[in-house]
Design a binder for this molecule. Structure first.
Ligand code: 2P0
Length: 366
């Protein structure tokens, strides 16, 4: 399945050539934080293990796509693009998006029939060191699917629309596959026995039972470093190809996902914490035993982790952490302990944050 539209009869008719069409499409996509991590891929952006993430609420990207069909004399085999980020023309991002759209052209030829102007902005500061590729690629992919829908009358079926959006987002950035679903608390991507009809090609909403304790779960994102990472995720994924622990890691992801599904259903916060922290530690351990090795945690990351674990021991509050591919710490806790946890974060963890910065977020509600 490559969601190609080249054999679509609407496209064959090339009605696009005959009538001018223009319009504006807007989509907002949430950021997500993986609890079961995607780390290692093969083929064209296919994951080596299934992943599962919480969908966030306050961290999102909003993308506006302004399109107008080209006239008869203009080349349809080229991408016509302008890219604006946070109200400024951004050449670096434009180049990246152009490359992405060019890679889609053979299967999504309608992209060659339009002039595109893309305006994108994040709800969170760009300098916060938060990965924005997931939410931005997801918002762009949703815009592209809407564009196809408007131009070719395809993707009328909602499930197909979102599957294709997730498929396209994945091609832009793996974790973006999980960010096309707003208002869905949990998403999985990658073939797993735990989720019926799961696929490596696109992510899907997690529809298994979720205990009340995980409703409105809180995620406070502690900004430990706002600097660009020393090793990109792309390079990190590639190093899994020679990592001696790769096979064990992929097996562990499957069993951790199974355990996590049990914890989510039963409100078992002990198991939740065990799995979530294990996934974060394993992700960073894999980095440290890659060849060449690399470390993305900073001193503050470790200090914060130890303080969270000590606070949990002292209070019995089921607070825990997870890490992305970077130094920042996501502090996860049930909504009912929000006051105590925010107080702890503000008093004890804030001093270890870059410029005392942290972002309050929570899992998206259905
Ligand atoms: C994840 N991460 O599951 C994992 C956990 C970071 C840590 O996916 O090369 O930016 O664009 O597919 O999605 C970060 O990698 O990598 C990532 P590409 P991506 O969220």
């Amino acid at each position: 399945m490559n969601f190609s539209v080249t054999d679509n009869h609407f496209f064959k008719e090339t009605s696009l050539l005959k009538e001018e069409k223009k319009g504006i499409i807007t989509h907002r996509s949430p950021s997500n934080i993986a609890l079961i991590k995607y780390w290692g891929k093969h083929g064209v952006q296919l994951p080596n293990n299934p992943s599962l993430s919480f969908t966030l609420t306050n961290a999102f990207t909003e993308t506006k796509l302004d399109y107008q069909t080209k006239n008869e004399t203009e080349s349809k085999s080229e991408i016509s693009l302008e890219f604006w980020f946070e109200n400024k023309k951004n050449e670096k991002f434009e180049q990246k998006i152009r490359k992405f759209l060019e890679s889609l052209l053979p299967t999504q030829p309608y992209l060659g029939f339009v002039h595109l102007k893309i305006y994108s902005q994040n709800s969170f500061p760009h300098s916060a060191g938060i990965a924005s590729s997931a939410s931005s690629m997801a918002a762009l992919a949703l815009c592209l699917c809407d564009l196809e829908k408007r131009l070719l009358n395809t993707l009328q079926n909602t499930e197909e629309f979102y599957q294709k959006a997730s498929y396209l987002a994945r091609l832009g950035s793996g974790s973006a596959a999980r960010s096309v679903y707003s208002n869905i608390p949990i998403t999985t991507w990658g073939k797993t026995d735990v989720v019926k009809d799961s696929s490596d090609l696109w992510a899907s909403p997690y529809t298994l039972p979720i205990h009340d304790i995980f409703q409105n779960y809180q995620d406070t994102i502690l900004i430990v470093s706002a600097e660009e990472k020393s090793v990109s995720s792309r390079a990190g994924h590639a190093l899994m190809e020679t990592n001696p622990f790769a096979k064990t890691r992929y097996e562990l992801a499957h069993s951790n996902l199974q355990k996590l599904a049990f914890a989510l259903e039963n409100g078992d916060t002990d198991t939740f914490i065990e799995v979530v922290e294990n996934e974060a530690f394993v992700l960073h351990a894999l980095m440290m035993c890659s060849s060449p090795p690399f470390i993305l945690m900073e001193t503050g990351t470790l200090t914060i982790i130890k303080k969270i674990q000590a606070f949990r021991r002292e209070t019995n509050i089921p607070i825990c952490f997870t890490l992305d591919a970077g130094a920042n710490v996501h502090v996860l806790y049930p909504n009912k302990y929000k006051k105590e946890c925010l107080d702890f974060i503000d008093k004890k963890l804030k001093p270890f944050c870059f410029e005392g910065k942290y972002l309050k977020d929570h899992v998206s509600n259905q």
